[in-house]
Design a protein around this ligand. Structure first.
Ligand SMILES: Cc1cc2nc3c(=O)[nH]c(=O)nc-3n(C[C@H](O)[C@H](O)[C@H](O)COP(=O)(O)OP(=O)(O)OC[C@H]3O[C@@H](n4cnc5c(N)ncnc54)[C@H](O)[C@@H]3O)c2cc1C
Length: 508
């Protein structure tokens, strides 16, 4: 039988993973990627000897033998790679008191009770939840595409989920900002909102992150995000896959309700038996396919009402060694500062000295991330004021940094700014979203139920990546790439196979 072919749009984690698993299962694949690099949002950029990381703070599946690790082994991404496991997620301080968000629930519990004995029952419940989530195998939600589970599969999944139903119900729909309000202590009421970086994050998300950090399954891959993506690219190429860089897909070509190929911006047409889009969801559905294959549900998903997250990242190359400082501190401001048109009450500062490969010896990379909407920057784009505004944001941040680290501003050798428009320009993600749909009370049910990876009325076409895996992350994007190949194998009536670079096989 002739070997079937698959075209994949996008060489982010989802596209590369789909490519690897397709090659493992005997398909001939070609990835078209608009950038000249692999990785999509899983990236980093080098300036004057500093590597500014743009993505991974934590990688689910980093711990050997733990949930998702087998997938990363199959994708050749973790072998021989040192992982940095932090024992604290971050610190939050008002200059007087400091909340240390320990990954270890016992330490966290004791520390928080020391800060506020009056909140002991709530703190104990929170930390009990973290302990419970250490046993939560999130990967079982992605072992098989949900549409292939059948009654037996759902029952089996239900049994696995059973011990977590109560904690999921209790913490899964509770945003951090609401949890914070339940604290009696005024400092904790402010600090807990920032505990997991955005206030609408369901408490369960942060608790499972701490749980995975505690079990050593949410580490930082040394070398950073682009190095990590390059490992995926190497595995894909070694499996015989082909990548065409600087090849932006304009349209998905269809014939009689079937995807048959893609047309690039240079008008070249390429055909295949299947097309997978691992690129931005909105562009795929409404531009590449002209909105011809949509349901009411899909239109609603993309009507702009679901939450997304976009940000400005200020990256600094600093000629001093900050390794003795805690790696991530969020400062609660006594007086708010006006930045990017909004009053800010807190600023998070992170350094990367835990990975010496990212800066020259004795020097440090510092990053500040500020949540920022897309509209603000879009309004300024193309005008001189856009650059002025970027510089103004970094100037304000550098002034603040000098307060917390006197003299640091004089050590800065390089300043780099990225806005939501930069993310959009380099990866084409809608409104510069950093992880597709933001995990929140509204999107949590989509995560549990799963989002369709096909479009109504269109055959031989699949979608992978963070626009079909609410909450995103490199890990779930890759898992969805794996899932669409399972769907294609199912459609072709063949068993799905996955194997390690050493050749060890598992049939799923
Ligand atoms: C600041 C930041 C912090 C993050 N932190 C973490 C973290 O700590 N842990 C974690 O796991 N995840 C993190 N993420 C999220 C993670 O990076 C994403 O969820 C993940 O990269 C999604 O992968 P993807 O393959 O679905 O999409 P993308 O990474 O967006 O890749 C899509 C690819 O498609 C290409 N493309 C788009 N349109 C076209 C076209 N028309 N033709 C050809 N190619 C096209 C793009 O160039 C891109 O390479 C973070 C992201 C950001 C920005």
């Amino acid at each position: 039988m002739a070997q079937k072919s698959i075209i994949i749009i996008g060489a982010g984690p989802a596209g590369l993973a789909a490519g690897c698993y397709a090659q493992m299962n005997g398909y001939r694949t070609r990835i078209f990627e608009s950038h000249f690099l692999p990785g999509g949002l899983c990236t980093a950029w080098e300036r004057k000897g500093y590597t500014f990381d743009g993505c991974i703070h934590y990688l689910f599946g980093s711990g050997e033998g733990q949930p998702f690790n087998r997938m990363w082994q199959e994708l050749g991404a973790v072998q021989g790679r040192r992982m940095v496991n932090h024992d604290e997620y971050q610190r939050i301080t008002d200059g007087d008191k400091t909340l240390i968000v320990y990954a270890d629930p016992d330490r966290l519990e004791q520390h928080m009770i020391d800060l506020s004995p009056a909140d002991a029952p709530l703190i104990q419940a929170l930390c009990r939840g973290v302990r419970q989530f250490t046993r939560f195998d999130m990967s079982s939600l992605y072992d098989q595409p949900k549409s292939l589970l059948g009654a037996h599969g759902w029952r089996r999944l239900g049994m696995k989920m059973m011990p977590f139903v109560l904690p999921l119900l209790r913490w899964g729909r509770l945003p951090m900002k609401d949890l914070a309000l339940r604290f009696k202590d005024p400092f904790l009421r402010r600090a807990v909102v920032q505990m997991f970086s955005w206030e609408e994050a369901p408490a369960m998300m942060g608790m499972s992150l701490l749980a995975y950090m505690h079990t050593g399954n949410a580490g930082f891959p040394v070398g950073g995000s682009l190095e990590f993506a390059r490992a995926l690219e190497r595995r894909y190429l070694s499996l015989g896959g082909e990548i065409c860089y600087e090849a932006q897909v304009e349209k998905i070509v269809t014939e009689n309700g079937r995807a048959v190929g893609v047309r690039l911006y240079d008008d070249e047409v390429h055909t295949a038996d299947y097309v997978i889009s691992a690129a931005d969801g909105r562009t795929t559905i409404f531009d590449m396919l002209d909105g011809e294959y949509v349901s009411r549900k899909i239109r609603k998903m993309y009507d702009g009402s679901l939450p997304m997250h976009s940000q400005v990242q200020i990256s600094l190359g600093v000629k001093c060694d900050l390794s003795a400082e805690p790696h991530w501190v969020t400062h609660l401001l006594d007086k708010p500062v006006l930045v990017i048109g909004e009053e800010r009450h807190d600023v998070g500062v992170k350094h990367y000295c835990f990975d010496p490969s990212l800066a020259p010896a004795g020097k440090s990379v510092v990053e500040i991330m500020i949540r920022s909407g897309y509209g603000y920057w879009q309004h300024l784009y193309g005008r001189k004021i856009y650059d002025t505004e970027q510089r103004q944001v970094s100037d304000i941040m550098i002034d603040l940094l000098d307060r917390w680290h006197p003299g640091l501003s004089s050590q800065i050798e390089y300043v780099d700014e990225a806005t939501p428009l930069s993310y959009e320009r380099y990866t084409n993600n809608w409104k510069g979203a950093t992880s597709g749909w933001l995990l929140s009370r509204e999107t949590m049910p989509l995560l549990i139920r799963g989002v369709d990876k096909t479009l109504p009325g269109l055959r031989k076409f699949y979608m992978a990546g963070h626009w079909v895996e609410p909450g995103g992350t490199v890990t779930l994007a890759a898992a969805s790439g794996r899932n669409v190949i399972q769907l294609i194998c199912h459609e072709e009536g063949q068993p799905f196979e996955a194997y390690l670079p050493t050749g060890e096989t598992v049939a799923v």
